[in-house]
Write a protein of this length. Sequence first.
Length: 155
Amino acid sequence: MDLLRRLWLYGTSLLRDPRTYRFVAVGVATLVLAEGLMFGMVDLLGVESLLSAIVVTELVLVVNFFINDRWTFRSHTNPNNRFSARLLKFHVSRLGSIAVNLATFYTLNKVFLVHYLVAYFLAVVVAFAFNLLTSFFWVWRVFPTSYERVRRGSV
């Protein structure tokens, strides 16, 4: 029961933390960038949609990391958590979400014949929760502000 209580507190703490909304804003901005790049590569340059999704996913991943590192988590970054370590952990943490993203995209676009822009959007949404949790907990090693108070017993 204590585990469920902690998970609940962590989830509700994420909803109260302004960094969550910055993280979401970065995600939305980079999703718009990704959709634009997908359109440009597929419709304007004639690149195959799955290859485009692979290229766009990596490019947007790097852009997403830099914006989150400089804006979302900058003032809360642990000085012992070096930039190069964060970048590596960010990529490692995204390997699973990239696999989920591309598998979802492939299934929707190639199997169910969903339009590639809709399929890509849905694939990104599916991978979002994992990205949020690994970003807070592992990559930048921060806890939501109100959860940190609960962990220390000051609430």
